[in-house]
Design a protein around this ligand. Structure first.
Ligand code: IDP
Length: 151
């Protein structure tokens, strides 16, 4: 079972797309195990996007992510990392497949609505950065065996 960090970024919150993003992840069969709504500090933004430091879009990216509240979540499921990235679509909305969130609701890479961890290793680091262990609530869902194929 994998876990992945998902951010519903400030543009998606401002555009009223929180429900849409959650709906798609829930409907896919993924399970929400942690969530919080917050205004991101400069420090957290810089830590989250440390890998992009020095790139031309880095400062704009930090400004974007700190500009207005966002929703941070942890989702769990079989192959959660790949499944969530697939549901989000390619980083550039014009390259995202039809039916993905970025294709269906976005136009610009700089306002692409969501973040999702890109590997299980990154997911573990990002979840530890955004959530304290006691803020994560694994729970039994009656439909789990119908989704995972395991009893
Ligand atoms: P990802 O979010 O799909 O994993 P990354 O390459 O890790 O994509 O980039 C992180 C975020 O940085 C993107 O989601 C996007 O918001 C922003 N970004 C990436 N490339 C550009 C760019 O060329 N211009 C502006 N923003 C960018």
């Amino acid at each position: 079972m994998e876990r992945t960090l998902v951010l519903i970024k400030p543009d998606a919150v401002q555009r009223g797309l929180i429900g849409e993003v959650i709906l798609r992840l829930e409907r896919r069969g993924l399970k929400l195990i942690a969530a919080k709504f917050l205004q991101v500090s400069q420090e957290l933004a810089e830590a989250h996007y440390a890998v992009h430091k020095g790139k031309p879009f880095y400062e704009g990216l930090v400004r974007y992510i700190t500009s207005s509240p966002l929703m941070a979540m942890v989702w769990e499921g079989p192959n959660a990392v790949a499944a969530v990235r697939q549901t989000m679509g390619a980083t550039r909305p014009t390259e995202a497949a039809p039916g993905t969130i970025r294709h269906d609701f976005a136009l610009e890479v700089g306002r692409n609505l969501t973040h999702a961890s890109d590997s299980p290793e990154t997911a573990a680091q990002e979840i530890a950065l955004w959530f304290k262990p006691e803020e994560i609530y694994p729970w039994e869902r009656a439909t789990d065996p119908w989704i995972t194929g395991q009893n």
